[in-house]
Every structure is written in structure tokens, then in C-alpha cells.
Design a protein around this ligand. Structure first.
Ligand SMILES: Cc1ncc(COP(=O)(O)O)c(C=O)c1O
Length: 506
């Protein structure tokens, strides 16, 4: 069996193999390996094959390979560890000497075809943060509280003897046991009208939205998106050529534009909403608006896409049922995620499809994404069936409710009650701190980042004109004792938009 290093050297030597090595052969073998180290193909700490094995792989004498290794050793390209083998050095000797030459070379690199216009636009508007953990990163649950021991026990047991099919590709919308568990959870916790045949397991809401726009939309068609709205949706729609129309939200949720009630305006193909907890402002869509939206979508042939990203976390008052569950056979595609209830790195979510679409979506999902992760799906299914999922949500609801209260109290105390966005309800993983209209929320967020505090500027969530400035603060992942100190640092970044504008009392 050839080693990866042997494969590399044979590729470099071409079809003639070692016969292509100039004489003396040991010297050219040394040069060939040295070049692979210098161009990074053999990275730092890569283990080279034992000289005897490499000699056999290349059809050379062992002495030839040993000469090459000794030369590399003498010049510091590799080091030997007794009993373990020969390894590429952490820093090759020429790495420093050649750095300038490499820079100059890359500056003169011939131009290559660049990104497509839509690829370039995606990159120009890229919004995902390079840091995803720490006070006050919005949208991230407390991953340190995830019951990983229990989860690992289930996973370890399943891995000991997995059904062979679980290690292959996934087809048909996901593991039946997980689809059953998700349907049962959504029927009870979210009043979603569904059974397992309508459930499709995805790699998260992003993938669900991607599938919806590809299967049901055509380039040039319209989608209404909430204004302001989740930034993540925009890149997805834009990549499918869907034209986004920002529709303002108020304290009752999305406002159907007046001209659409009466006039001959073209109806959108999609209406993207977060009715249970508007993202990012926090409003709950009122019953009247829900009815009007369902009515509008039905009569105009539009699809409502309900993004129910964090609705399990409501800390007081009545639970808010899903929009999908309000009508039988509603024109709604319901999309949810385990990113908030379990952890984002799991990359697992689900969709509930109208019966007429379920088969098509399940097949298309396999065609487009060649899904997998069936052992993980089996683990999550058992975690749900055994009651661990529901128990975790209950515990996190209490925890996040306490953390929200601490942060909201600090904001009120130092910046005044008006600093908390008035649409915000006692729910979710983040809240919105309002800033005066003349505040530069982007600059404040950048300054906070420099001081180790992660916040997101509200202005970045507007597709059209920015009508409000503020900061999104995630509290779910911040231990109670760290909320105060982190908030104090944030106050220091607000400058004249800070405490002097509120009622400072402590
Ligand atoms: C409104 C909203 N939808 C979707 C997502 C992403 O969900 P997923 O991780 O399942 O792709 C987020 C993440 O924060 C969100 O805030």
C-alpha cells in the first residue's frame, strides 16, 4: 500500500516515475522532497514514510532514500524523533529567506477568472462574524450547558454497532425515527399541524431556505422580507436571483403594503416571516395580521416561509403557536432548527412541508445536497425520544430568562427604559438596545469588538433605508456573573450616546 507522500512524489516525477530522476538519484530525490516542503505540499510536522517503505514504494534502494533524508535532516528541513520517525520541521530554513521572494512572486501572479457578479455581491455583503462565542454574541445558546455526557453516551452506544445504511447517504428526508420525534415535538410545542411524512431533516434553516427558493422560485421573482430582517436570508435569495422587497414591521409584525391590498401590484412568490419572535426586533405577529397574511398568500398564490428559529424560548406569558398551525393545509412552509435548542455546530434543522410538496422536497434534497449524518440523526432522535431534549429546553428556558432579566435591568438602570426596544418581548436569545438616530452603531460595535465584546449593529439588518440605530446583544451564552462586567465595557464604548442620556442610579 502506497503512502500519501509516495503518491505525491510519484505525481511530481510524472509517468516515468523514479526513472525521471536525474543523476545522482539520491540528490534529485532530496531536491524533490525539499521542493514539496518549501511549497507547503508537505506541511510542518508531516510524518515522512519510513525509508524502507518509501524505497519500496518508489522502487529505489533504501540507501538512496536514507541519503535524501539525512541531507534534509542536516539542513534542518526535517527532524527525527527516536522511535517515532522523521517529520517535516515546524519552520523550514528557507521560509524566512524566501518570504520576500514569494510575496513578490504572488504579486505578479497572472490574473485568473474572478468571482461571478453574484458571487462578488455575496462577498461584498458578507455578514457572518469571525467570532461566534463570547459576551454578547447574538443568536448563540449556552453551548457549555449542553448535556454532552448524556448525548455522548447515546452516540457511543450507537457507534458501537451502527446499522450499515446509517454510514451511507441519506435519502427520503431523513431518518424516520428523527422525523417522528420532530413531528411529535412540533405538534405539542409549536402547534404545527403535521405528521412525520411532511418532515424533512436539513442542515439548518439556511439550507431549508435555499431549498425553498430553488424549488419554488425562478430568477427575477419577488420575495417580501421583513424590514429589518435576518441578514443570513439575503445572500441565499440573491444567489437564486430572487428580487427582495423589504416590507416594514411594526409591533404587530409584518405590515402588508397598502397598495397590495387593493391595487394590481404583482404578488410576491415568497413572504419570509418570523411571526413568533420577529428577528431582530422581537415583535409577535398579531392574530389579525396572521389571518390577513394567510388570506393574502392563499388568494395571491404566494408561499409564506415561516422561520421559527428560537420560539422554544419564551420566558413568560402564553406560548405563541406557529402560523402554520392556524389553518389546515395553510400555504406555509415551516422551517426550524436545532441551532438554538441544542447547538449551532450540530448543523441540523427541519422543515414541515405541505403534503403536496413533501415527496418532491425530500427527493430534491438528496439530489442537491447528497445528505448524510444518519448516526447523528439517530442520536438526536433517541435524545428526543428519551425526554432529554424537552428537559434541556426547560432548563435553558429558566437560565436564559434569568440572564435576560439581568441584562434588561442593567440597560434600564444605566440607559433608561426607552433604551430597550419597545417591540421586544420576554423571549429569545438576544435583545435590542436602542441608540439615538445620530449614533454610529457600526463604529460602536467595532470599538466593542476591539475591547472583546461582540455585538451587532442594528443598522446592518436593514435592506433599504436605515430607520433605527441600535445594538443586538445576545445574553443566552453569558454566565450571570459576567453580564455586569461585560456590560460595563460596552457602556464605555457608547461615548456620548451612553449613560448620560439615561437615568444613572448605581
Ligand atoms: C432568524 C434566524 N433564522 C435562521 C438562523 C440560522 O439558523 P440555522 O443555524 O439553522 O441555519 C438564525 C441564526 O441566528 C436566525 O437568527
Amino acid at each position: 500500500m502506497r503512502s500519501i507522500c509516495g503518491d505525491l512524489l510519484l505525481q511530481r516525477l510524472g509517468p516515468e516515475g523514479p526513472a525521471a530522476l536525474a543523476r545522482p538519484i539520491n540528490r534529485s530525490l532530496y531536491e524533490c522532497i525539499r521542493a514539496a516542503i518549501l511549497d507547503g505540499s508537505l506541511g510542518p510536522q508531516t510524518r515522512l514514510p519510513p525509508s524502507r517503505d518509501l524505497a519500496a514504494e518508489l522502487g529505489l534502494s533504501r540507501n538512496t532514500v536514507m541519503f535524501a533524508y539525512e541531507q534534509l535532516l542536516a539542513e534542518g528541513y526535517v527532524h527525527a524523533r527516536t522511535g517515532s520517525g522523521t517529520f517535516v520541521a515546524a519552520t523550514a530554513p528557507e521560509a524566512y529567506l524566501n518570504a520576500k521572494a514569494a510575496e513578490a512572486k504572488s504579486a505578479q501572479a497572472p490574473s485568473m477568472p474572478g468571482l461571478s457578479p453574484r458571487g462578488a455581491e455575496l462577498l461584498a455583503n458578507a455578514s457572518a462574524s469571525p467570532s461566534q462565542w463570547g459576551a454578547f454574541m447574538p443568536g448563540v445558546p449556552d453551548v457549555t450547558r449542553f448535556p454532552r455526557r448524556r448525548y455522548a453516551q447515546i452516540a457511543a452506544r450507537l457507534w458501537r454497532n451502527p446499522v450499515p445504511a446509517w454510514l451511507s447517504y441519506c435519502h427520503g428526508g431523513g431518518l424516520p425515527a428523527l422525523r417522528e420525534a420532530v413531528a411529535a415535538h412540533l405538534r405539542v410545542a409549536r402547534s404545527v399541524q403535521c405528521d412525520a411524512s411532511q418532515v424533512l431533516i436539513t442542515e439548518g434553516i439556511h439550507q431549508g431556505i435555499d431549498l425553498v427558493v430553488r424549488l419554488l422560485g425562478m430568477p427575477g421573482e419577488q420575495a417580501w422580507v421583513e424590514e429589518p430582517s435576518y441578514w443570513g436570508i439575503r445572500g441565499l435569495l440573491q444567489m437564486s436571483g430572487i428580487h427582495m422587497v423589504p416590507v416594514p414591521v411594526d409591533e404587530e409584525g409584518l405590515t402588508i403594503p397598502a397598495q397590495h391590498h387593493s391595487g394590481p401590484c404583482p404578488a410576491p412568490r415568497f413572504i419570509f416571516v418570523t411571526p413568533s419572535h420577529q428577528y431582530p426586533l422581537g415583535a409577535v405577529m398579531s392574530l389579525n395580521r396572521r389571518r390577513a397574511l394567510l388570506e393574502y398568500a392563499r388568494s395571491h398564490g404566494s408561499w409564506i416561509v415561516e422561520d421559527d428559529y428560537d420560539s422554544e424560548f419564551r420566558f413568560s406569558g402564553h406560548p405563541i403557536p406557529s402560523l402554520q398551525g392556524m389553518q389546515t393545509e395553510a400555504p406555509v412552509i415551516y422551517i426550524g432548527t436545532f441551532s438554538k435548542t441544542l447547538f449551532p455546530g450540530l448543523r441540523m434543522g427541519y422543515m414541515v412541508l405541505p403534503r403536496t410538496l413533501a415527496d418532491a422536497f425530500q427527493t430534491a434534497h438528496s439530489e442537491l445536497y447528497r445528505a448524510g449524518h444518519l448516526v447523528t440523526q439517530a442520536t438526536v432522535a433517541e435524545f428526543m425520544h428519551a425526554g432529554d431534549f424537552a428537559a434541556h429546553i426547560r432548563r435553558m428556558r429558566l437560565l436564559y430568562g434569568r440572564r435576560r432579566a439581568i441584562l434588561a435591568d442593567l440597560i434600564e438602570r444605566y440607559l433608561g427604559a426607552n433604551a430597550l426596544h419597545r417591540y421586544g418581548s420576554n423571549a429569545g436569545l438576544h435583545l435590542v438596545l436602542c441608540l439615538p438616530d445620530d449614533a454610529d452603531d457600526v463604529a460602536i460595535a467595532q470599538e466593542a469588538g476591539r475591547r472583546g465584546i461582540l455585538v451587532r449593529p442594528l443598522s446592518r439588518y436593514f435592506l433599504g433605508n436605515v430607520v433605527q440605530r441600535g445594538l443586538l446583544l445576545g445574553y443566552a451564552g453569558v454566565p450571570e456573573e459576567e453580564i455586569g462586567p461585560a456590560f460595563e465595557i460596552l457602556l464605555g464604548c457608547l461615548g456620548d450616546k451612553g449613560p448620560s442620556r439615561g437615568r444613572r442610579s448605581a
